[in-house]
Ligand binder design. Structure first.
Ligand SMILES: Cc1cc2nc3c(=O)[nH]c(=O)nc-3n(C[C@H](O)[C@H](O)[C@H](O)COP(=O)(O)O)c2cc1C
Length: 233
């Protein structure tokens, strides 16, 4: 399975989240390509709110940073995103990364390729907050049109991986072994969840009825989505 990983921080050896991601990658890549990007290095800027992306995403002032990440994600079967919990949510650099993809949300110009992909979202906390952090990530995956999104959150009770107890390490190992086959089984020929399909149809009706943004309507028309074409077929 071709994988793109967007790591929420630049931590490696000391990071619990990174270690969990490595275990999943080992189970899932099966020798296929793995493209890795570390935030904030890979996308060091905040969204400026210039709205350029809504008419032409290549005009984003940060497009040089985004281009390799967009290309890697488009070419992957699986997108893995990691985020340690920072004050109950994703670290700021992860939010900054996601903000750059507002134009790819379903009410605007979602990429048809996303409807054929899976996403795995991984979060760790010392004690609490993975649920809200994973939701931060999952909202974007579903509104991007990603067919199926899996979440894995773990309270590791530690500031770094060295401090994670043997018991928790074993739990993580067991969880990785349990979840990976589910992702592998759906690796190819995937269809979106009812929620993702439902979002598509709601947004389609909005484009037809209201057509708030000319560029969005033109995009939906060009894809054939206002007619018979569906992005998952
Ligand atoms: C700025 C900051 C904020 C944090 N906020 C929380 C929090 O809200 N809840 C929590 O349980 N742990 C919190 N933590 C602890 C980390 O989420 C936890 O140690 C996590 O496993 C670190 O992941 P990493 O080892 O991959 O860097 C915070 C850590 C930092 C540095």
């Amino acid at each position: 399975m071709k994988i793109t990983v967007i790591y929420g921080t630049g931590r490696k050896g000391k990071s619990s989240t990174y270690h969990i991601a490595q275990q999943f990658i080992e189970e899932l890549s099966e020798g296929d390509s793995v493209a890795e990007f570390f935030l904030p290095q890979a996308m060091p800027n905040f969204c400026r709110g210039c709205w350029q992306c809504f008419t032409d995403y290549t005009k984003c002032p940060d497009y040089d940073h985004l281009k390799p990440m967009i290309e890697a994600m488009e070419a992957s079967d699986l997108i893995i995103m990691t985020a340690p919990v920072y004050v109950y949510h994703v670290p700021g650099q992860v939010k900054a990364f996601l903000d750059h993809f507002a134009y790819r949300w379903m009410p605007h110009q979602p990429s048809a390729a996303m409807f054929h992909k899976q996403a795995l979202l991984i979060s760790t906390a010392a004690g609490a907050g993975t649920k809200s952090t994973l939701k931060d990530l999952k909202d974007s995956m579903e509104y991007w049109g990603v067919a199926r999104t899996y979440t894995y959150g773990k309270n590791v009770r530690a500031a770094d991986f060295d401090g994670v107890s043997q018991k928790i390490r074993e739990e993580i190992h067991r969880d990785v072994k349990r979840l990976s086959p589910k992702i592998k089984a759906r690796a190819f020929g995937i269809t979106p969840t009812w929620k993702v399909k439902g979002l598509f149809y709601v947004m389609r009706a909005m484009q037809k009825k209201f057509g708030f943004n000319e560029a969005d309507v033109a995009y939906w028309k060009a894809q054939g989505w206002l007619g018979q074409v569906r992005p998952w077929k």
